[in-house]
Design a protein. Structure first.
Length: 207
């Protein structure tokens, strides 16, 4: 029997402990009322967002760094997803309207190819996105939240305590009316009309 050095064995065990949760299926780990899986990711728009990296616990959890954060809107998208591109300008609108009330929008790109990642970067710039757009190149975040097969766009609302408030995977509703209403309810603010409707038809994906 081959014996590995103790340090090597310990390092392997630690790596397995870190990767195992990230590879779990979403239906086993993500649910309304349950803690949202934590993550840290590099932003594709660091200058506009004002940060090179984003962590979920900056905005939600036991002791968030952002004292003004009340609700986090996580939106998963891809460069090739048409409905996602229609949703993006509305996310910009929501961020502008409700940032002062505590909304924190984070867009998560699941593109894995360099060309797709660069396209996402360009799409964010064209839409004048100032909320963080992060790259999930290896889909570690996506597997936690979305599972192996799902639809885009998918949205998760997370409360300040770190628990999931609402999940919509591949919603087939008008993005403007749907997202506006969900955000207003989560923040406890009075209804306001959206500037424009943004139809979002689910786009199936499989990794």
């Amino acid at each position: 029997m081959v014996r590995r050095p103790l340090a090597t064995a310990v390092a392997a065990a630690l790596l397995a402990a870190l990767l195992l949760p990230a590879l779990g299926r979403a239906e086993d780990e993500v649910g309304v009322g349950l803690p949202a899986p934590g993550f840290s990711a590099k932003t594709l728009n660091p200058e506009a967002a004002g940060a090179g990296w984003i962590r979920l616990d900056q905005y939600a959890g036991d002791e968030p760094d952002d004292a003004g954060a009340r609700v986090v809107l996580l939106s998963f998208f891809a460069s090739w997803c048409g409905p996602c591109q229609k949703e993006l300008p509305f996310l910009v609108q929501l961020d502008r309207m409700y940032r002062d009330q505590g909304l924190r929008v984070v867009s998560v790109s699941i593109d894995t190819a360099p060309e797709g990642i660069e396209t996402c970067r360009r799409q964010a710039a064209d839409a004048k996105v100032v909320h963080p757009v992060v790259s999930d190149r290896y889909n570690l975040i996506a597997r936690r939240y979305l599972g192996e097969e799902t639809k885009l766009p998918s949205v998760f609302l997370v409360g300040r305590d770190g628990n999931v408030l609402r999940i919509e995977r591949g919603y087939a509703k008008d993005a403007a009316a749907f997202l506006m209403g969900e955000v207003q309810q989560a923040l406890g603010v009075k209804p306001a009309k959206a500037a424009a409707a943004s139809p979002a038809v689910p786009a199936a994906i499989k990794r």
